[in-house]
Design a protein around this ligand. Structure first.
Ligand code: BGC
Length: 536
């Protein structure tokens, strides 16, 4: 870019002079291991849960049920609150940790918050891999959850602050791509370790130490973001870091803007209260609804419990584990599709197409299971079993190019600056809360609803698609600062919430316009003899 320090991107956003420097690339790779870690934790629990040695040690009653051919219902084999707590406790802890994380991210910086996350992850992994009883196991999951809470708050903020504007959107989805890669690695490792008698599950849980270690080392090596340094009053350091990461000497315009943004952010005394103001209602309602709906697509029933689910409907333990690998791979590949299409096809198009695809696949799975899987026997034939896996993949792919990344992207681009960080905290909290609900309830719901569980989720897909159709506006290629004019003001429903938006500014604008018209008329009447200056 030319030496003026400032330019305008294709999307109309201001862009500062910046190279994509090695330090930016390395920082991003390091920080993104936070996503890998989160994904690994999501994917690992289902696999170990379906391993006999693990069940025998921690959940002997569940193990007995899985071995009992006379059991009342096949769908109830894994219905156990303790087993569900093993998966869900992580999300409950993550939810709680988010509140502390938003404080440390501001006061201690993004880098130190990532280091705290890495520390929690490592202790959690050690406890899990060496667990002797259920208490150690759950305690380990709780510590991992704390890591997730700190990492999920700090990493996305770190990424978006360190990256030049033009690659910011792509980086946002990169985090999600890492989550899906983490899930896939966990599935692959579970498939391998399930063959190791006795301690295979320990290896699965212990290998989470790899991304945990990477994140910790990464946090030690990276520099904190200029925004964070400036926010904490370390202006000179902030400017020096900005020069290093942008790879140019002339960082004055961007530096001034960061100082100004930090001043404005400090003026917002009650960001959470601001969030509730009428004019902030549209992005808030949309962010909350997207998180609830994202979880009620039923995606985590598959991500957490695919091996258990496939086993329930009659796959052998081995087939169940490699089917989970297949769905994991489809998840990764389809997320890549999203990176390429989100700014071309737009958010609404992806969400609506995916709605139809998810509704159809879930409904057909329900019909096949309803007709083919009887309570006491696993008689889903080979052909149908393959068909079910294909349908599950169809469902996962639709999720992965729509609700997966967009559930995070849309909130991050619709909140105005004054409420952006508070909005991000609420988004993460609601997401983890409903992830917890699904993790804790799914196996019991499967036991009670049986194949109807898929109809339950497909009905939700219908509701959320109608929500998107009427209430989610298109934000493709709209610069964040122009959201109000170009999106909310023009929306048939949300425009009514804009009436208290910046009354002072708008009144002044209207007033000046009226006077300007008046002066034009006067000037026309009396020619060039009279002149008025609005600014005096
Ligand atoms: C969701 C996670 C889910 C993952 C699956 C994310 O967007 O928030 O709950 O496990 O996608 O890829």
């Amino acid at each position: 870019m030319a030496g003026g320090g400032l330019a305008t991107s294709a999307a109309g956003e201001k862009e500062f002079e910046a190279k994509i420097t090695p330090i930016v690339i390395i920082s991003c790779i390091m920080a993104a291991t936070g996503g890998l870690m989160f994904g690994y934790d999501v994917g690992v629990s289902g696999g170990v849960t379906s391993m006999d040695d693990f069940l025998k040690k921690f959940f002997p009653s569940v193990y007995e049920k899985t071995q009992d051919p006379g059991l009342n219902s096949n769908y109830c084999k894994y219905d156990d609150q303790g087993l569900q707590l093993f998966t869900s406790s992580l999300y409950l802890a993550g939810l709680t940790a988010t509140f502390f994380a938003s404080y440390t991210t501001r006061k201690l910086g993004r880098r130190l918050t990532m280091l705290i996350a890495g520390f929690f992850f490592i202790v959690g992994v050690v406890l899990n891999a060496s667990a002797q009883d259920l208490v150690m196991l759950i305690l380990g999951r709780i510590l991992l959850g704390c890591g997730v809470g700190f990492a999920n708050q700090a990493v996305p903020v770190f990424l978006s602050e360190i990256a030049p504007t033009r690659i910011r959107g792509g980086l946002n989805i990169l985090f999600q791509l890492n989550v899906t890669l983490g899930i896939l690695f966990a599935n692959l490792i579970n498939y391998g370790t399930s063959k190791i008698k006795g301690w295979g599950w320990r290896l699965s849980l212990g290998l989470a130490g790899v991304p945990a270690g990477l994140l910790t080392v990464g946090a030690l090596l990276v520099v904190d973001t200029p925004n964070s340094l400036i926010e904490r009053g370390r202006l000179d350091e902030g400017k020096a870091v900005l020069k290093r990461i942008r790879g140019v000497e002339n960082v004055e315009p961007e530096f001034m803007e960061l100082v100004e943004a930090s001043r404005i952010a400090k003026e917002v005394k009650h960001p959470f209260r601001n969030l509730l103001m009428r004019r902030n209602r549209p992005p808030l309602v949309i962010a909350v609804a997207l998180q609830i709906f994202q979880q009620f697509t039923g995606i985590n029933a598959i991500m957490f419990y695919a091996p258990v689910l496939f086993d329930t409907v009659g796959f052998g333990s081995d087939a169940a584990l490699y089917s989970a690998v297949i769905t994991g791979a489809v998840n990764v590949a389809s997320t890549v599709v999203s990176i390429y299409s989100v700014d071309k096809l737009g958010r609404r198009m992806l969400l609506l197409e995916a709605g139809i695809q998810m509704f159809l696949s879930q409904t057909i799975v329900a019909i096949i299971l309803g007709v083919k899987v009887k309570d006491h026997s696993n008689n889903l034939g080979h052909g149908y079993a393959i068909f079910v896996v294909v349908l599950v993949c169809t469902f996962v792919s639709a999720f992965a190019w729509s609700w997966g990344p967009l559930g995070w992207l849309i909130p991050s681009e619709t909140f105005p600056l004054e409420t952006r960080s508070a909005g991000q905290s609420v988004t993460v909290c609601i997401n983890l809360l409903f992830t917890f609900v699904i993790a804790q309830a799914f196996l019991s719901m499967l036991c009670h609803f049986k194949f109807g569980i898929f109809l339950f989720f497909s009905s939700w897909v219908l509701v959320m698609s109608v929500f998107v159709l009427f209430l989610v506006p298109e934000t493709k290629n709209v610069p964040i600062e122009e959201m109000k004019e170009r999106v909310w003001n023009k929306h048939w429903f949300w425009k009514r919430f804009m009436d208290d938006y910046d009354h002072t500014v708008n009144d002044e604008k209207n007033y000046r316009e009226a006077i300007s018209q008046f002066i034009k008329k006067l000037t026309n009447k009396c020619g060039m003899n009279c002149s008025f200056n609005l600014d005096c």
